[in-house]
Design a protein around this ligand. Sequence first.
Ligand SMILES: Nc1nc2c(ncn2[C@@H]2O[C@H](COP(=O)(O)OP(=O)(O)OP(=O)(O)O)[C@@H](O)[C@H]2O)c(=O)[nH]1
Ligand SMILES: [Mg+2]
Length: 297
Amino acid sequence: MSETRSGFVTFVGRPNVGKSTLTNALVGEKVAITSDKPQTTRRAIRGILNRPAGQLVIVDTPGIHKPRTLLGQRLNDLVEQVLGDVDAICFLVPATEKVGPGDRRIAASLDGYPRARKVALVTKTDIASREQITERLLEADALREDWAAVIPLSAVAGEQLDVLADELLAMMPVGPALYADDIATDESVSDRIAEIIREAALEGVRDELPHSIAVTIEDIAPRADSDLTDVFANIVVERDSQKAIIIGHKGSRLKDVGARARAGIEPLVGTRVFLSLRVRVAKEWQRDPKQLGRLGF
Ligand SMILES: Nc1nc2c(ncn2[C@@H]2O[C@H](COP(=O)(O)OP(=O)(O)OP(=O)(O)O)[C@@H](O)[C@H]2O)c(=O)[nH]1
Ligand SMILES: [Mg+2]
């Protein structure tokens, strides 16, 4: 048998550049939630890509940003920890937006990780003009001298994903698969369900509210003698006014969130799901170390 390669790759970049969408596209399954709100990802989510040539473990991380809360600070710290442990770092910039100070800062900070190979990715090419793509490739290329590759791609249109996977695999050390070849992620079902509910709750909310939403799972229990699983979960927000928004007029919004979430949870647990959602207020949890600890940060 020919030798295989395996290792860890991480995607970094500003919030909203498409790290999680690309992770899912490469893995071929939704392992990380995505949204058009910045700071959607709050954990280091591992997605696993298997090829005859080997295995890539993709670590999707939170976007790197100027922190305004303790949560924001903890998310940036988490990214730093991940970067120290990977074999390759992919830095993402969307083709549609000019490279700015935030991108420059992140690209420069990769100096701190000399062991990792570094790749620049120009994303969202499906919604960019040729001129934008060319301009962004030049801007990205100029950010560092040590890029092992600079690749334009689209996670949504599935363009150039094979090129990226092949390039990355070739950079990995020789070795056997690190995870079983039949799992897409090592996230627990409970954590994945919490994230699916948070994704459903993020849809249609604005301003500061996306940042204030957290989800906890109380219980997941198969119901005896029936093809039904009960899921009891809490949507946590920071203020009473936010609770009212999440619930909506006569509970209409919460009902929609529940329906959307259930559609995502059922394929995951493989049964029909009864989803019970409660909305709770944890005052200013993003700034409170104790509450953050309770929520797993
Ligand atoms: N058209 C297009 N949209 C994309 C592409 N990749 C991501 N998006 C959109 O960009 C938005 C942000 O995507 P995410 O994958 O959540 O971005 P992220 O970098 O993980 O964001 P954070 O977790 O908040 O840091 C979503 O609305 C995606 O649908 C792409 O290749 N093409
Ligand atoms: Mg993300």
